[in-house]
Ligand binder design. Sequence first.
Ligand SMILES: *[C@@H]1O[C@H](CO)[C@@H](O)[C@H](O)[C@H]1NC(C)=O
Ligand SMILES: *[C@@H]1O[C@H](CO)[C@@H](O)[C@H](O)[C@H]1NC(C)=O
Ligand SMILES: *[C@@H]1O[C@H](CO)[C@@H](O)[C@H](O)[C@H]1NC(C)=O
Ligand SMILES: *[C@@H]1O[C@H](CO)[C@@H](O)[C@H](O)[C@H]1NC(C)=O
Ligand SMILES: *[C@@H]1O[C@H](CO)[C@@H](O)[C@H](O)[C@H]1NC(C)=O
Ligand SMILES: *[C@@H]1O[C@H](CO)[C@@H](O)[C@H](O)[C@H]1NC(C)=O
Ligand SMILES: *[C@@H]1O[C@H](CO)[C@@H](O)[C@H](O)[C@H]1NC(C)=O
Ligand SMILES: *[C@@H]1O[C@H](CO)[C@@H](O)[C@H](O)[C@H]1NC(C)=O
Ligand SMILES: *[C@@H]1O[C@H](CO)[C@@H](O)[C@H](O)[C@H]1NC(C)=O
Ligand SMILES: *[C@@H]1O[C@H](CO)[C@@H](O)[C@H](O)[C@H]1NC(C)=O
Ligand SMILES: *[C@@H]1O[C@H](CO)[C@@H](O)[C@H](O)[C@H]1NC(C)=O
Ligand SMILES: CC(=O)N[C@H]1CO[C@H](CO)[C@@H](O)[C@@H]1O
Length: 424
Amino acid sequence: MLQKFFLLIVFGLFSFTSSQISHQYHFINISKNWTEAQSFCRDMYTDLATVNNVDEMNSLFKTITDVSHDVYIGLHRSQVFKWHWSLPDSFYNEDTFQNWKNGQPDIHNNEGCAVMQNNGKWFNDSCDTKRQFVCFNARANKMYILTEQNKSWREAQEYCRTFHTGLANARNNSENKDVSKTVNSEAWIGLFKDPWLWSDQSNSSFRFWNFSQLINISRDQDCGAVMVNETGRWNDVRCDVSLPFICHGDLKAHPTTKPATPRPATTQHIPAQNTTEQENTSTQPTKILTTGAEQDNLILVHENLTWIEAVSYCRKHHVDLVSIPSEELQNKVARKAFQAYTSHVWLGLHYSCTFNFWFWIKNTEMGCYQNWAPDHGPNGFEDCGISGAMESTGGHRWVGRPGRERLNFICQTCGSCQLCTAEL
Ligand SMILES: *[C@@H]1O[C@H](CO)[C@@H](O)[C@H](O)[C@H]1NC(C)=O
Ligand SMILES: *[C@@H]1O[C@H](CO)[C@@H](O)[C@H](O)[C@H]1NC(C)=O
Ligand SMILES: *[C@@H]1O[C@H](CO)[C@@H](O)[C@H](O)[C@H]1NC(C)=O
Ligand SMILES: *[C@@H]1O[C@H](CO)[C@@H](O)[C@H](O)[C@H]1NC(C)=O
Ligand SMILES: *[C@@H]1O[C@H](CO)[C@@H](O)[C@H](O)[C@H]1NC(C)=O
Ligand SMILES: *[C@@H]1O[C@H](CO)[C@@H](O)[C@H](O)[C@H]1NC(C)=O
Ligand SMILES: *[C@@H]1O[C@H](CO)[C@@H](O)[C@H](O)[C@H]1NC(C)=O
Ligand SMILES: *[C@@H]1O[C@H](CO)[C@@H](O)[C@H](O)[C@H]1NC(C)=O
Ligand SMILES: *[C@@H]1O[C@H](CO)[C@@H](O)[C@H](O)[C@H]1NC(C)=O
Ligand SMILES: *[C@@H]1O[C@H](CO)[C@@H](O)[C@H](O)[C@H]1NC(C)=O
Ligand SMILES: *[C@@H]1O[C@H](CO)[C@@H](O)[C@H](O)[C@H]1NC(C)=O
Ligand SMILES: CC(=O)N[C@H]1CO[C@H](CO)[C@@H](O)[C@@H]1O
C-alpha cells in the first residue's frame, strides 16, 4: 500500500535540497489563511508549494515538523473544469492528441473521467461508475495491464499506483493503440476532469486526495491542504481557515515590496535565485577563513558576504545561519562575533515585508529570547529587504541591516542538536 510507504517517513529535520527533487520546500509554521499564505510565499520564496509526483510529495511531507494542524499547499479550486492526463509531466490541451468519440468530450463544467472503448475511442462518464481499467507499468515489459475487477476511477487509480505506476495514459496515437489492444469492451484510462489549479500556474496534474475526501465536492472548500494525520493525503478545506503552509523555491534576497505601498527605487526586487547560481558568483572566495569551535557548534566565517550568500554558504557547508533561541546561545554567539572583522555579523534572522514581522529562517518563529537594539526589531521601523545582524562588540544587540551589505557571519553546525533547540 502507498499509505504504508508514507508511514515510513520520519517526521523531523528540514531538508533543504535534494538533487532529484525539482522543488525546494519550506514549512512555514505560522497559521495564515490561504491567500495570506500565498502572499507570504510569493514575497519570501517563489510561491505556495506545487507537487509534481509522489517523490516530491514525500519530500514535502518530510519538511512538516508540526503535526497539530493540516498544512496548505498551492492547490485551489477554479471555476473551470479541465481535462488532465494523470501521469506526471503529461499535458492535455486542445493541441495534444485526442481520440474522443462523436459528441465528446463532455462540455459540462463538472467532474468527469474518461473511458476507452476497445476501438480506442474515449468518452466521459461519472467517476463513480465501477468499471474495468487499464494500468500502466513503467518498469514492466508488458506496460499496459487490463484489470478485470470493476472499480470507480479513483479506486482504479489507487490500485494502479499501488501495484504499477498509474492508470494508463494515451498521449499519442501509438500509446492509444497499445492501450486499446488490452481493452475488452470499455475501461477507465488516466484522463480526468477537475477544477484544481496551482498557485504558481504550473499545470501539474498530480493529485493525492485522501480517499474519503474525494467525493466531497462541497463548493466552499476551495483550497488544498496536506492532512498530516492521513499520511500526507490531501483534503479540500475552506480558504479562510488559518493553517501553517509550505512554500517552494529559494529564499529571496530582497523580498518583493508590499503591493499597496510601493517602496523607493532603492529597494530592488531580485527574483528567486537558485542556490547553485548564488554559490557560483564571482565574489565567492576560493579560500574561506573560518573560526570554528567544535564544542559550541558555531563557526564564524571571516568573509564579507551578502545575507543570502551567507545563507547559501552555511547551508552548503554546515547547517544554517545561526538562530538564537536563548540567552545561553546569545552569549556563545556574542563571543564568536567579537572576533569578526566587520562591525556586525549576519544571523539567520529575516524580515517579512508583507506581514511586518521578523522570523528565524531555521524554525520560523521568533522565540521568547530577543536582544534587539532600540528602534530595531518588531517595534522598530523596518524597510523591505532587511535581515538581522548582531553587533560584533558592545551589547551584541540585534539590528536590521540591508541584505545586500557584506558582513561576516556565523553558521551553526548542528541541526537539531541540543544547543540549537535550547530551552526558551
Ligand atoms: C509550530 O507552531 C506551534 C504553534 O505556534 C507550536 O506549538 C509548535 O511548537 C511549533 N512547531 C515547531 C516545530 O516549531
Ligand atoms: C494529528 O494527531 C495528533 C496526535 O494524535 C494530534 O495531536 C493532532 O491534533 C492531529 N492533527 C490534526 C490536524 O488532526
Ligand atoms: C463488471 O461489470 C460488468 C458490467 O456491469 C459485469 O458484466 C461484470 O461481470 C463485472 N465484473 C466483475 C468482475 O464483477
Ligand atoms: C508517445 O508519447 C509518449 C509519452 O509522451 C512518448 O514516450 C512516446 O515516445 C510517444 N510515441 C510516439 C510514437 O510519439
Ligand atoms: C504546461 O503544459 C504545456 C503543454 O500543454 C507545456 O508545454 C508547458 O511546458 C507546461 N507548463 C509547465 C509550467 O509545466
Ligand atoms: C482518509 O481516508 C481514509 C480511507 O482511506 C479514511 O479512513 C479516513 O477517515 C479519511 N480521513 C478523513 C479525515 O476524511
Ligand atoms: C464534506 O463537506 C462538508 C461541508 O463542508 C463537511 O461538513 C463534511 O464533513 C465533508 N465530508 C468529509 C467526508 O470530509
Ligand atoms: C485572509 O485574510 C485577509 C486579511 O485578514 C483577508 O483580507 C482575506 O480576505 C482572507 N482570505 C480568505 C480567503 O479568507
Ligand atoms: C539552477 O542552477 C543550475 C546550475 O547552474 C542551472 O542548470 C539551472 O538552470 C538553474 N535553475 C534555475 C531555475 O535557475
Ligand atoms: C561555476 O563557475 C565556474 C567557473 O566560472 C564554472 O566552470 C562552473 O561550471 C560553474 N558551476 C556552476 C554549477 O554553474
Ligand atoms: C571585509 O570588510 C571589512 C570591513 O569593511 C574589511 O576590513 C575587510 O578587509 C573585508 N574583508 C575582505 C576579505 O574583503
Ligand atoms: C457524467 C458526465 O459528465 N457525463 C457527461 C458526458 O458527456 C456528455 C456529452 O457532453 C454529457 O451529456 C454527460 O452529462
